[in-house]
Design a protein around this ligand. Structure first.
Ligand SMILES: [Zn+2]
Length: 275
């Protein structure tokens, strides 16, 4: 007897059967929908990991060209350089699992009333990176208008060789460049590595990005599960969800060396209700 929930409004706690009962089975492959906006090497590797975990509802959007900087995580191949990221990744995902038919039209992404949706937004951040060190290709969030503001968004910001993962918030509260810059500037990353440590950090950067993509894949699955089970569901990945409530900074070379940042919310309401 199927116990997986059907699309529709969630029942609140105390109404009807125990909402946790509907979350005791692994979601169906077509029950989770992830929209990835910005397809740098890390975000593309994240999409590949999600597919390997059985997520077939993948929407990938970034018309920018694949560059050699995107190749390290293995999601793209050298022959993809110069082709559009979304077209290259769609082909890669289809090759990995023919049941997956990725879509590059964010406007076709389901509305937030359908449980199990997550938006991943990955972008380079000129506000906090020194001039000339901005990673190429990531488009601004303003390029994606019309996204339902209620979707949970996992927001990734590349700046000067480190990755900031913003707390999971609704799309309407995704951070602005000022808040990301202020948060990065107010705490870590601390001193950039020098000498041999700098060599190792640069050398291991692709492996680091791949390891971070694995961690982020678990976080995205936890967010999707929380959405499917209702925000008050006690089952499944509560530790991972709690972790996603804090801003995390990942700097190479060690993927387990995570800094937890305090949000600077002096400027606006980015990250509202988080931390
Ligand atoms: Zn802000």
């Amino acid at each position: 007897m199927p116990t997986t929930p059907l699309p529709g409004p969630r029942q609140g706690p105390g109404h009807g059967p125990d909402p946790g009962l509907s979350c005791l089975e692994r979601p169906r492959p077509d029950e989770v929908h992830v929209l990835v906006l910005g397809l740098d090497g890390l975000a593309a590797a994240l999409a590949v990991r999600l597919l390997r975990c059985g997520v077939l509802g993948l929407y990938v959007s970034d018309p920018a060209a694949v560059t050699t900087a995107d190749l390290g995580t293995g999601a793209y191949r050298p022959a993809d350089v110069g082709r559009s990221r979304e077209a290259a990744l769609r082909r890669r995902l289809r090759e990995l699992d023919p049941r997956c038919a990725p879509v590059s039209a964010p406007e076709l992404f389901p509305g937030a009333l359908l449980p199990g949706t997550v938006v991943v937004h990955s972008a380079a951040h000129p506000a906090s990176a020194p001039a000339g060190r901005v990673l190429p290709g990531a488009a601004a969030p303003e390029a994606w208008a019309g996204i339902d503001p209620r979707h949970p968004v996992v927001s990734l910001h590349h700046a000067d060789g480190v990755l900031l993962r913003w707390p999971t918030v609704p799309w309407a509260h995704r951070p602005c460049p000022d808040c990301v810059g202020a948060t990065l500037g107010g705490g870590q990353p601390g001193e950039a590595p020098r000498g041999r440590a700098a060599v190792l950090a640069a050398w291991a950067a692709p492996a680091h990005a791949e390891a971070v993509a694995v961690r982020l894949a678990v976080e995205v699955l936890a967010v999707a599960l929380a959405s499917l089970c209702g925000a008050d569901g006690r089952e499944g990945g509560s530790a991972a969800r709690d972790g996603a409530r804090h801003a995390a900074l990942y700097a190479p070379p060690w993927p387990d060396a995570v800094s937890w940042l305090r949000l600077d919310r002096s400027r606006c309401l980015c990250g509202l209700d988080q931390e």
